[in-house]
Ligand binder design. Structure first.
Ligand code: SAH
Length: 346
Protein backbone atom coordinates (compact mmCIF):
# COMPACT_ATOMS: atom_id res chain seq x y z
CA UNK A 1 0.00 0.00 0.00
CA UNK A 2 1.03 3.57 -0.62
CA UNK A 3 -1.24 5.92 1.28
CA UNK A 4 -0.06 9.15 -0.35
CA UNK A 5 -0.87 7.82 -3.83
CA UNK A 6 -4.52 7.14 -2.93
CA UNK A 7 -7.33 9.20 -4.40
CA UNK A 8 -9.61 10.78 -1.82
CA UNK A 9 -12.26 8.09 -2.30
CA UNK A 10 -9.74 5.29 -2.01
CA UNK A 11 -8.37 6.81 1.16
CA UNK A 12 -11.89 7.07 2.50
CA UNK A 13 -12.48 3.37 1.84
CA UNK A 14 -9.24 2.57 3.62
CA UNK A 15 -10.18 4.70 6.65
CA UNK A 16 -13.66 3.17 6.82
CA UNK A 17 -12.20 -0.32 6.51
CA UNK A 18 -10.27 0.39 9.70
CA UNK A 19 -13.59 1.10 11.43
CA UNK A 20 -12.81 4.82 11.70
CA UNK A 21 -15.18 7.74 11.09
CA UNK A 22 -15.10 9.45 7.67
CA UNK A 23 -13.87 12.78 9.05
CA UNK A 24 -10.49 11.11 9.54
CA UNK A 25 -10.19 10.86 5.74
CA UNK A 26 -10.29 14.63 5.39
CA UNK A 27 -7.75 15.03 8.13
CA UNK A 28 -5.29 12.53 6.67
CA UNK A 29 -5.73 13.84 3.12
CA UNK A 30 -5.08 17.39 4.25
CA UNK A 31 -2.02 16.46 6.25
CA UNK A 32 -0.58 14.79 3.19
CA UNK A 33 -1.62 17.14 0.39
CA UNK A 34 -2.40 20.50 1.95
CA UNK A 35 0.18 20.63 4.70
CA UNK A 36 2.53 18.31 2.81
CA UNK A 37 4.04 16.79 5.91
CA UNK A 38 7.09 14.54 5.66
CA UNK A 39 6.48 12.39 8.72
CA UNK A 40 3.42 10.55 9.99
CA UNK A 41 4.25 11.86 13.47
CA UNK A 42 3.34 15.34 12.26
CA UNK A 43 -0.32 14.28 11.94
CA UNK A 44 -0.84 15.60 15.43
CA UNK A 45 -4.65 15.43 15.61
CA UNK A 46 -4.72 11.71 14.82
CA UNK A 47 -4.69 8.93 17.41
CA UNK A 48 -1.30 7.24 17.77
CA UNK A 49 -2.76 3.89 16.72
CA UNK A 50 -3.90 5.31 13.38
CA UNK A 51 -0.53 6.95 12.79
CA UNK A 52 1.18 3.63 13.45
CA UNK A 53 -1.17 1.87 11.05
CA UNK A 54 -0.54 4.42 8.29
CA UNK A 55 3.18 4.07 8.77
CA UNK A 56 2.99 0.30 8.62
CA UNK A 57 0.76 0.31 5.52
CA UNK A 58 3.16 2.50 3.57
CA UNK A 59 3.74 6.22 3.86
CA UNK A 60 6.12 7.64 1.29
CA UNK A 61 8.24 10.71 1.85
CA UNK A 62 11.52 11.62 0.23
CA UNK A 63 14.87 12.11 1.86
CA UNK A 64 17.28 14.77 0.63
CA UNK A 65 20.52 13.04 -0.33
CA UNK A 66 22.30 16.15 -1.58
CA UNK A 67 21.32 19.71 -2.32
CA UNK A 68 23.16 22.28 -4.40
CA UNK A 69 22.35 25.98 -4.58
CA UNK A 70 23.41 27.98 -7.62
CA UNK A 71 25.47 31.06 -6.82
CA UNK A 72 24.41 32.58 -10.10
CA UNK A 73 20.62 32.51 -9.87
CA UNK A 74 19.52 30.75 -6.66
CA UNK A 75 18.32 27.63 -8.50
CA UNK A 76 18.36 24.63 -6.16
CA UNK A 77 19.06 21.12 -7.34
CA UNK A 78 18.07 18.19 -5.16
CA UNK A 79 19.06 14.59 -5.31
CA UNK A 80 16.36 12.63 -3.48
CA UNK A 81 16.70 9.13 -2.13
CA UNK A 82 13.71 6.85 -2.63
CA UNK A 83 12.64 4.14 -0.16
CA UNK A 84 14.55 1.50 -2.13
CA UNK A 85 17.76 3.51 -2.39
CA UNK A 86 17.19 4.78 -5.93
CA UNK A 87 18.09 8.40 -6.60
CA UNK A 88 16.13 10.98 -8.54
CA UNK A 89 16.74 14.64 -9.21
CA UNK A 90 14.48 17.65 -8.90
CA UNK A 91 15.20 21.29 -9.68
CA UNK A 92 13.65 24.29 -7.94
CA UNK A 93 13.70 27.60 -9.83
CA UNK A 94 12.65 31.08 -8.76
CA UNK A 95 11.24 33.29 -11.50
CA UNK A 96 9.63 36.72 -11.38
CA UNK A 97 6.23 35.10 -12.03
CA UNK A 98 6.60 32.55 -9.23
CA UNK A 99 8.43 29.42 -8.16
CA UNK A 100 8.75 26.57 -10.56
CA UNK A 101 9.83 22.97 -10.11
CA UNK A 102 11.11 20.40 -12.59
CA UNK A 103 10.27 16.88 -11.44
CA UNK A 104 11.30 13.40 -12.55
CA UNK A 105 8.75 10.78 -13.59
CA UNK A 106 10.98 7.68 -13.62
CA UNK A 107 14.27 6.50 -12.12
CA UNK A 108 16.25 6.37 -15.34
CA UNK A 109 14.68 6.22 -18.79
CA UNK A 110 14.50 3.74 -21.65
CA UNK A 111 13.90 6.17 -24.52
CA UNK A 112 17.57 6.39 -25.47
CA UNK A 113 17.70 9.97 -26.82
CA UNK A 114 21.30 10.41 -27.88
CA UNK A 115 21.97 13.77 -26.24
CA UNK A 116 20.33 12.99 -22.90
CA UNK A 117 22.22 11.96 -19.76
CA UNK A 118 19.15 10.50 -18.04
CA UNK A 119 18.88 7.56 -20.38
CA UNK A 120 22.46 6.33 -20.21
CA UNK A 121 21.87 3.79 -17.43
CA UNK A 122 18.49 2.73 -18.86
CA UNK A 123 15.21 2.55 -16.97
CA UNK A 124 15.36 1.37 -13.38
CA UNK A 125 11.71 1.79 -12.45
CA UNK A 126 8.62 3.94 -12.65
CA UNK A 127 7.92 6.46 -9.93
CA UNK A 128 4.70 6.21 -7.94
CA UNK A 129 2.35 9.16 -7.87
CA UNK A 130 3.43 9.74 -4.26
CA UNK A 131 7.06 10.01 -5.33
CA UNK A 132 6.18 12.65 -7.91
CA UNK A 133 4.05 14.55 -5.39
CA UNK A 134 6.73 14.29 -2.76
CA UNK A 135 9.31 15.99 -4.98
CA UNK A 136 7.08 19.06 -4.79
CA UNK A 137 6.16 18.70 -1.12
CA UNK A 138 9.69 17.95 0.05
CA UNK A 139 11.04 21.02 -1.75
CA UNK A 140 8.35 23.19 -0.17
CA UNK A 141 9.19 21.79 3.26
CA UNK A 142 12.82 22.58 2.65
CA UNK A 143 12.46 26.06 1.16
CA UNK A 144 9.32 27.18 3.00
CA UNK A 145 8.09 28.62 -0.31
CA UNK A 146 5.01 27.74 -2.32
CA UNK A 147 5.40 26.27 -5.79
CA UNK A 148 3.08 27.62 -8.46
CA UNK A 149 4.41 25.94 -11.59
CA UNK A 150 5.27 22.31 -12.23
CA UNK A 151 7.14 21.00 -15.24
CA UNK A 152 7.46 17.25 -15.71
CA UNK A 153 10.73 17.44 -17.57
CA UNK A 154 13.20 15.75 -15.27
CA UNK A 155 14.47 12.21 -15.66
CA UNK A 156 12.10 9.78 -17.36
CA UNK A 157 9.42 9.66 -20.01
CA UNK A 158 6.11 10.56 -18.32
CA UNK A 159 3.97 8.89 -20.98
CA UNK A 160 5.92 5.67 -20.38
CA UNK A 161 4.58 5.79 -16.80
CA UNK A 162 1.05 6.72 -17.78
CA UNK A 163 -1.14 5.51 -14.91
CA UNK A 164 1.06 6.94 -12.17
CA UNK A 165 1.35 10.21 -14.11
CA UNK A 166 -2.42 10.63 -14.36
CA UNK A 167 -2.82 9.76 -10.69
CA UNK A 168 -0.18 12.36 -9.82
CA UNK A 169 -1.89 15.07 -11.88
CA UNK A 170 -5.33 14.31 -10.44
CA UNK A 171 -3.96 14.39 -6.90
CA UNK A 172 -1.94 17.62 -7.22
CA UNK A 173 -4.96 19.35 -8.80
CA UNK A 174 -7.46 18.00 -6.22
CA UNK A 175 -9.32 20.92 -4.62
CA UNK A 176 -9.25 19.16 -1.27
CA UNK A 177 -5.45 18.99 -1.42
CA UNK A 178 -2.79 21.16 -3.03
CA UNK A 179 -5.29 22.43 -5.59
CA UNK A 180 -2.84 23.36 -8.32
CA UNK A 181 -4.43 24.41 -11.59
CA UNK A 182 -3.88 22.06 -14.54
CA UNK A 183 -2.76 25.11 -16.46
CA UNK A 184 0.24 25.39 -14.18
CA UNK A 185 1.50 21.98 -15.19
CA UNK A 186 3.58 21.25 -18.29
CA UNK A 187 4.37 17.70 -19.29
CA UNK A 188 7.13 16.99 -21.76
CA UNK A 189 7.12 13.86 -23.90
CA UNK A 190 9.31 12.42 -26.62
CA UNK A 191 6.05 11.69 -28.47
CA UNK A 192 4.36 8.40 -27.55
CA UNK A 193 1.39 8.95 -29.84
CA UNK A 194 -1.26 6.56 -28.41
CA UNK A 195 -0.75 8.02 -24.94
CA UNK A 196 -0.96 11.61 -26.20
CA UNK A 197 -4.38 10.66 -27.58
CA UNK A 198 -5.37 9.02 -24.30
CA UNK A 199 -4.24 12.10 -22.40
CA UNK A 200 -6.40 14.30 -24.62
CA UNK A 201 -9.45 12.48 -23.24
CA UNK A 202 -8.54 12.80 -19.56
CA UNK A 203 -9.98 16.30 -19.23
CA UNK A 204 -6.88 17.62 -17.48
CA UNK A 205 -6.00 20.76 -19.47
CA UNK A 206 -2.29 20.57 -18.79
CA UNK A 207 0.20 22.00 -21.27
CA UNK A 208 1.69 19.44 -23.58
CA UNK A 209 5.31 19.88 -24.61
CA UNK A 210 6.66 17.72 -27.41
CA UNK A 211 10.37 17.02 -27.75
CA UNK A 212 10.66 17.40 -31.49
CA UNK A 213 14.34 18.22 -31.99
CA UNK A 214 14.31 17.73 -35.76
CA UNK A 215 12.41 19.03 -38.79
CA UNK A 216 12.02 15.61 -40.47
CA UNK A 217 11.92 11.92 -39.57
CA UNK A 218 15.32 11.12 -41.01
CA UNK A 219 17.13 13.62 -38.78
CA UNK A 220 14.90 12.82 -35.84
CA UNK A 221 15.76 9.12 -36.02
CA UNK A 222 19.43 9.99 -35.68
CA UNK A 223 18.74 11.73 -32.38
CA UNK A 224 15.78 9.86 -30.92
CA UNK A 225 15.08 6.11 -31.23
CA UNK A 226 11.35 6.73 -30.59
CA UNK A 227 11.24 8.32 -34.06
CA UNK A 228 11.49 4.79 -35.47
CA UNK A 229 8.14 3.99 -33.88
CA UNK A 230 6.15 7.19 -34.47
CA UNK A 231 6.53 9.61 -37.34
CA UNK A 232 6.46 13.37 -36.99
CA UNK A 233 3.22 13.55 -38.95
CA UNK A 234 1.55 11.12 -36.52
CA UNK A 235 2.75 13.31 -33.64
CA UNK A 236 1.46 16.50 -35.27
CA UNK A 237 -1.93 14.87 -35.90
CA UNK A 238 -2.11 13.81 -32.24
CA UNK A 239 -1.19 17.39 -31.21
CA UNK A 240 -4.02 18.79 -33.31
CA UNK A 241 -6.46 16.48 -31.57
CA UNK A 242 -5.00 17.43 -28.19
CA UNK A 243 -5.49 21.10 -29.00
CA UNK A 244 -9.04 20.58 -30.26
CA UNK A 245 -10.03 18.71 -27.11
CA UNK A 246 -8.25 20.81 -24.49
CA UNK A 247 -7.79 24.23 -26.09
CA UNK A 248 -4.21 24.20 -24.81
CA UNK A 249 -1.53 25.56 -27.09
CA UNK A 250 1.21 23.00 -27.77
CA UNK A 251 4.87 23.66 -27.01
CA UNK A 252 7.54 22.11 -29.20
CA UNK A 253 10.96 21.71 -27.68
CA UNK A 254 13.87 21.80 -30.03
CA UNK A 255 17.37 21.18 -28.69
CA UNK A 256 19.92 22.71 -31.00
CA UNK A 257 22.84 20.42 -31.74
CA UNK A 258 25.68 21.88 -33.74
CA UNK A 259 25.75 20.65 -37.31
CA UNK A 260 22.87 18.18 -36.75
CA UNK A 261 19.64 20.16 -36.70
CA UNK A 262 20.57 23.85 -36.47
CA UNK A 263 20.93 25.07 -40.07
CA UNK A 264 18.85 27.74 -41.81
CA UNK A 265 17.32 24.97 -43.95
CA UNK A 266 16.32 23.08 -40.81
CA UNK A 267 14.58 26.20 -39.49
CA UNK A 268 12.78 26.64 -42.79
CA UNK A 269 11.65 23.02 -42.86
CA UNK A 270 10.48 23.23 -39.25
CA UNK A 271 8.48 26.37 -39.98
CA UNK A 272 6.73 24.55 -42.84
CA UNK A 273 5.93 21.64 -40.55
CA UNK A 274 4.36 23.82 -37.88
CA UNK A 275 2.61 26.33 -40.15
CA UNK A 276 -0.96 26.98 -39.10
CA UNK A 277 -0.61 25.09 -35.83
CA UNK A 278 -1.42 26.88 -32.59
CA UNK A 279 1.95 26.32 -30.99
CA UNK A 280 5.08 27.72 -29.52
CA UNK A 281 8.68 26.62 -30.10
CA UNK A 282 11.17 26.53 -27.26
CA UNK A 283 14.76 26.34 -28.47
CA UNK A 284 17.20 24.67 -26.07
CA UNK A 285 20.89 25.07 -26.85
CA UNK A 286 21.98 21.48 -26.15
CA UNK A 287 23.72 20.94 -22.81
CA UNK A 288 27.00 19.16 -23.17
CA UNK A 289 27.20 15.79 -21.47
CA UNK A 290 30.49 14.00 -20.98
CA UNK A 291 29.45 10.67 -22.45
CA UNK A 292 28.24 12.09 -25.75
CA UNK A 293 29.94 13.72 -28.62
CA UNK A 294 27.56 16.60 -29.29
CA UNK A 295 28.24 20.31 -29.22
CA UNK A 296 25.99 23.22 -28.51
CA UNK A 297 25.14 25.40 -31.49
CA UNK A 298 26.95 28.74 -31.46
CA UNK A 299 25.03 31.89 -30.57
CA UNK A 300 25.00 33.12 -34.15
CA UNK A 301 23.33 29.93 -35.43
CA UNK A 302 20.85 29.98 -32.56
CA UNK A 303 19.78 33.54 -33.34
CA UNK A 304 19.61 32.78 -37.04
CA UNK A 305 17.47 29.72 -36.38
CA UNK A 306 15.13 31.79 -34.22
CA UNK A 307 14.84 34.49 -36.87
CA UNK A 308 14.13 31.85 -39.52
CA UNK A 309 11.13 30.69 -37.52
CA UNK A 310 9.95 34.20 -36.71
CA UNK A 311 10.06 35.22 -40.33
CA UNK A 312 7.53 32.46 -40.91
CA UNK A 313 5.28 33.66 -38.08
CA UNK A 314 6.17 30.89 -35.63
CA UNK A 315 6.17 31.85 -31.94
CA UNK A 316 9.62 31.11 -30.58
CA UNK A 317 11.70 31.61 -27.44
CA UNK A 318 15.16 30.48 -26.44
CA UNK A 319 15.18 28.63 -23.14
CA UNK A 320 17.13 30.53 -20.56
CA UNK A 321 19.66 28.30 -18.91
CA UNK A 322 19.60 28.37 -15.10
CA UNK A 323 21.76 26.62 -12.54
CA UNK A 324 24.57 25.94 -14.98
CA UNK A 325 27.09 25.97 -12.13
CA UNK A 326 25.35 23.11 -10.27
CA UNK A 327 24.88 20.47 -12.97
CA UNK A 328 21.23 21.47 -13.10
CA UNK A 329 20.86 20.54 -16.73
CA UNK A 330 19.20 17.37 -17.87
CA UNK A 331 20.05 14.41 -15.68
CA UNK A 332 23.58 15.39 -14.92
CA UNK A 333 23.50 15.21 -11.13
CA UNK A 334 21.95 11.75 -10.92
CA UNK A 335 24.40 10.57 -13.56
CA UNK A 336 27.34 11.99 -11.67
CA UNK A 337 26.14 10.33 -8.49
CA UNK A 338 25.92 6.96 -10.27
CA UNK A 339 29.38 7.33 -11.79
CA UNK A 340 30.89 8.33 -8.45
CA UNK A 341 29.28 5.34 -6.78
CA UNK A 342 30.71 2.96 -9.33
CA UNK A 343 34.14 4.55 -9.19
CA UNK A 344 34.01 4.59 -5.39
CA UNK A 345 33.37 0.86 -5.30
CA UNK A 346 36.24 -0.05 -7.65
N1 SAH B 1 11.11 12.29 -21.66
C1 SAH B 1 10.62 13.63 -21.75
C2 SAH B 1 11.29 14.56 -20.73
C3 SAH B 1 12.73 14.69 -21.01
S1 SAH B 1 13.68 16.04 -20.45
C4 SAH B 1 10.84 14.16 -23.15
O1 SAH B 1 11.48 13.47 -23.94
O2 SAH B 1 10.33 15.22 -23.46
C5 SAH B 1 13.03 17.51 -21.08
C6 SAH B 1 13.67 18.03 -22.35
O3 SAH B 1 15.09 18.18 -22.27
C7 SAH B 1 13.40 17.16 -23.54
O4 SAH B 1 13.01 17.96 -24.61
C8 SAH B 1 14.76 16.54 -23.80
O5 SAH B 1 14.87 16.08 -25.11
C9 SAH B 1 15.67 17.68 -23.46
N2 SAH B 1 17.07 17.30 -23.20
C10 SAH B 1 17.57 16.16 -22.67
N3 SAH B 1 18.90 16.21 -22.60
C11 SAH B 1 19.27 17.39 -23.10
C12 SAH B 1 20.52 18.02 -23.30
N4 SAH B 1 21.68 17.42 -22.97
N5 SAH B 1 20.52 19.26 -23.83
C13 SAH B 1 19.36 19.88 -24.15
N6 SAH B 1 18.15 19.35 -24.00
C14 SAH B 1 18.10 18.10 -23.49
Amino acid sequence: MDIRSMYYDELNEYILSLGLPAYRTKQVFEWMHKKYIGSVDDMTNLPKTLRKKILRDGFISLEIETKQVSKIDGTVKYLFKLYDGQMIETVFMRYSYGNSICISSQAGCRMGCRFCASTIGGLVRNLYASEMLEQIYAVMRDTGERISNVVIMGTGEPLDNYDNLIRFIRLITDERGYNLSGRSITMSTCGIVPNILKLADEDLAITLAISLHAPNDKKRRKLMPIANTYSISEIIDACKIYFEKTGRRITFEYSLVKGENDSAEDAYELAGLLAGLNCHVNLIPVNKIEERNFSRSDDYSIQKFKLGLEKNSINVTIRKSVGSDIDAACGQLRRKHMVNKVEGSL
